[in-house]
Design a protein around this ligand. Structure first.
Ligand SMILES: [Zn+2]
Ligand SMILES: [Zn+2]
Length: 463
């Protein structure tokens, strides 16, 4: 028996998940995510994969987020032609997200080419195209939660609900020969215990080795009740000022959380006084996938037999014309639009039309990375720049910090606490500042054998 794991991505950072398993001569890639961040960091996406793509036997994805799935089209473009295993709903979300990522790559490359043009330089190649993404989708094979599946001879895959976004999975891999069984459990991204829509992360008790995310290993989220009160008071105050409310939101996860919370608090927040627009083609399609897979969570989000949220005054605006028509609404509109950090998408048009008006409100409900337009708003910028124009920020900016799709320190500790016998745990998908306090807690509370995973570090699970 030989069963080895090697870390190649999301080590000491959050994005770019990529781990290689060697199982009795077979090579299995666990995650194939995009590195996201500053320009120099993103350049690493173009580097060769740790093994020739043509030599990989199988790929497993924990969920659809681009930091876990976003390099699959590149892998296929470079010669991978084997199966890609993921949960049914994750596959449906990848069918929306990967082509969109290909499209964004094409746009980026065009922009870079224009910027660097000195007349002679060759055009910059996109990392991959929409067509590459379409091609890789043909290799997807989806499976359900709690269904055993043999990935390569002797290696069994089992996906458990991770409670993070629709279809997200904890990945359990069991390798069995005639003598023994060895089990690796990879947390994927774990959900927050108070997640409005998703179920709590599945409890696993047995593992020989655990690989765990550590995104918020250093903090506790704000109590959910306070967050709801905060949101309620924003809607209440905004009504008095008679403007619009803009909510930049991630298309997958956060948007559906918001729709659900609005349905739950419809009367309390007096939402009947507003018109609610979902103005993002990606978010509208993702919401349809949430409707199709409503059996995976028990929150009531949709009217029966419909993929429309169970909200009065709800409008989903798929076409550009419908979106432009919202510009005429100067008062009483709640506009939910991507992108979540205002780096692209229709939210930028709505900011242009509303952010200079003191009667308007912008509600920030997600993480805003440094350098993004969303972060500038959170940091209190007096002006923002859109399409070459400086625009005064006079709308009220509200930051609601308590909505998160990720486990906090308490969740991470209690998830690990379920494992019998305190198996060795390797921390990934987190920055050093989050990993150090989590390590201390794991050692102090459980005397756990903890390692912060390092790039190219190899772990022998069975010799
Ligand atoms: Zn994720
Ligand atoms: Zn992630």
């Amino acid at each position: 028996m030989s069963f080895e794991l090697q870390f190649f991505g999301a080590v000491g950072r959050v994005t770019g998940s990529l781990y290689l398993l060697r199982v009795n001569g077979y090579k299995v890639l666990l995650e194939c995510g995009l590195i996201q961040g500053h320009h120099e960091e993103e350049a690493h996406n173009r580097e060769p994969f740790p093994v020739e793509p043509g030599q990989i036997d199988a790929v497993i994805l924990s969920h659809a987020h681009i930091d876990h799935s976003g390099r699959v089209p590149l892998l296929v473009r470079r010669g991978y032609s084997g199966p890609i295993y993921t949960q049914h709903a994750s596959r449906a979300l990848c069918e929306i997200m990967l082509p969109d990522s290909g499209y964004l790559n094409e746009k980026d490359a065009e922009w870079e080419t224009r910027k660097q043009r000195d007349g002679r330089a060759p055009p910059i190649e996109p990392l991959y195209t929409r067509a590459d993404a379409d091609a890789c989708l043909k290799l997807f094979h989806s499976i359900g939660y709690e269904e055993e599946f043999e990935v390569v001879p002797g290696l069994t895959l089992l996906l458990h609900d991770a409670g993070h976004i629709l279809g997200s999975a904890i990945v359990e891999l069991r390798y069995r020969d005639s003598e023994e069984t060895r089990t690796l459990v990879f947390s994927g991204d774990l959900g927050y215990r108070d997640s409005p829509v998703m179920e709590p992360a599945a409890i696993i008790k047995k593992a020989d080795i655990v690989v765990m995310e550590s995104t918020y290993g250093d903090r506790l989220h704000r109590p959910f009740k306070e967050t709801m009160e905060e949101l309620g008071s924003v809607f209440h105050d905004a009504r008095a000022s008679q403007g619009n409310i803009l909510i930049p939101a991630f298309a997958v996860g956060r948007t559906q959380d918001l729709l659900y919370l609005m349905e739950q608090h419809y009367e309390e927040w007096q939402l009947d006084k507003w018109r609610i627009f979902l103005d993002s083609p990606m978010a509208i399609r993702a919401t349809e996938v949430y409707a199709r897979y409503r059996r995976l969570y028990d929150a009531h989000l949709f009217e029966s037999n419909s993929s429309l949220p169970d909200l009065e005054n709800f409008h989903s605006t798929l076409t550009t014309d419908e979106s432009i028509a919202i510009n005429d609404v100067t008062s009483g509109a709640i506009i939910i639009a991507a992108s979540g950090m205002c780096t692209g998408g229709r939210i930028r048009h709505h900011l242009k039309n509303n952010v200079w008006r003191p009667e308007c409100h912008v509600v920030i409900v997600g993480y805003q990375a440094g350098g993004t337009l969303g972060r500038q708003l959170v940091d209190g910028a007096n002006t923002i720049r859109l399409w070459g124009k400086d625009i005064d920020v006079r709308a009220a900016i509200h930051t609601i910090g308590g909505l998160s799709a990720h486990a906090d320190q308490k969740d991470l500790l209690s998830w690990y606490d379920n494992f019998a016998g305190r198996p060795p745990v390797y921390l990934v998908h987190g920055e050093p500042d989050a990993q150090r306090p989590l390590t201390e807690e794991l050692v102090n509370k459980f005397n756990a054998p903890v390692t912060i995973a390092k790039y190219s570090q190899k772990v022998v699970i069975a010799p």
